[in-house]
Write a protein that binds this ligand. Structure first.
Ligand SMILES: Cc1cc2nc3c(=O)[nH]c(=O)nc-3n(C[C@H](O)[C@H](O)[C@H](O)COP(=O)(O)O)c2cc1C
Length: 245
């Protein structure tokens, strides 16, 4: 429980390697996660090689932590392995559709979060990289991912070289609904986001970004319409090219 409540994404890492013993515990923890039908429709690619990490760093929009952290884990939705098993057993698979893209992606993400918690239990730092989806085409080439395999999230792992503060979260009342979903009034939304909007860090961000407010930082700076559409189109192509739908 303490591990869960102390979680902070770490973006600066020491050079120190992670032992194989700890790596195996992290990977074993990943495989103990719940998964659809116990079919384990995911694969984890462990990358330590520096040259490959350099290539991955570029694919991940040059986020420097990819170079600094000694371990790079890519969690992939994977229908390839299960399809092969079915075909060897005179069983006709039908997992190349949206439902199984979701199922396999959920499996990959649950495994990744178990891995992260186990890593953090060993005082390692982790940071997710959503850029795995943005650059799925490049990561597929770098990691030799065959048809039926799609990177979903990457995680860097290593010993922390920084001690960031805990980040804020919306209040529980803002994200939990009792019994049924109760849609938000304008006033509810204002209350839920008030604490986040009034953080000193938020004020600093607004100044730096020269926007009117925090919401505009998301819509105009971080996750912009043009980018969202571009990367979404690109991802759909990759998903089709990989034969997942
Ligand atoms: C799917 C996913 C993708 C993420 N991608 C990135 C990323 O590309 N770069 C980064 O610095 N942090 C990334 N993060 C980390 C989030 O920014 C971080 O979890 C969030 O700001 C909350 O901070 P905390 O993890 O320290 O509590 C990602 C997290 C998730 C779950």
């Amino acid at each position: 429980m303490q591990t869960i409540f102390n979680h902070k994404s770490i973006r600066k890492y020491k050079k120190q390697e992670v032992s194989d013993d700890i790596l195996n515990k992290i990977l074993s923890a990943a495989t103990r996660a719940s998964n659809t039908g116990n079919m384990q429709m995911y694969s984890i690619v462990v990358t330590k090689n520096e040259d490959l990490r350099k290539q991955l760093c570029e694919a991940h929009f040059n986020q420097k932590m990819v170079l600094d952290a000694p371990l790079h884990l890519t969690f992939c939705a994977d229908i390839n392995r299960f399809n092969k098993w079915c075909k060897l057993n005179n069983a006709e698979p039908s997992y190349d559709n949206l439902l199984w893209l979701y199922n396999a992606s959920i499996d990959a993400v649950l495994a990744s979060q178990n891995a992260c918690l186990e890593a953090e239990y060993y005082k390692l730092g982790i940071c997710y990289l959503g850029t795995a989806l943005y650059s799925a085409n490049k990561i597929i080439d770098i990691l030799n991912l065959p048809k039926g395999v799609l990177p979903v999230v990457s995680v860097v792992v290593g010993y922390p070289d920084e001690e960031p503060e805990l980040t804020d979260r919306l209040p529980l009342s803002g994200v939990v609904h009792s019994e049924k979903y109760e849609d938000y009034s304008d006033q509810d939304i204002k209350n839920i986001f008030a604490e986040k909007e009034n953080l000193p860090f938020t004020k600093q961000l607004i100044e730096e970004n020269k926007t009117e407010n925090l919401a505009q930082i998301f819509t105009e700076k971080r996750y912009k319409k043009d980018d969202n559409i571009h990367f979404s189109d690109q991802l759909l192509k990759v998903i089709k090219q990989q034969g997942l739908i």
